[in-house]
Write a new protein. Structure first.
Length: 61
């Protein structure tokens, strides 16, 4: 598998796990929101640089 796909899948899992964590622990919002946004920015860059389609962007490869 191409490197960017593996990297994207890893980031996507971290992003979804982070969202679930923040939903379950809203008192931790301030502590983790910046980390979550950094992950999202990395994902957005990979999407843009590699023309990742919507289905793969949402669900991975």
């Amino acid at each position: 598998m191409e490197d960017y796909k593996q990297e994207y899948n890893k980031l996507l899992k971290r992003y979804y796990d982070g969202c679930k964590y923040i939903e379950s622990n809203p008192n931790e919002w301030d502590k983790y929101i910046n980390v979550l946004l950094e992950i999202k920015n990395k994902m957005d860059k990979l999407i843009e640089d590699n023309n990742i389609n919507t289905n793969n962007a949402l669900y991975g490869f």
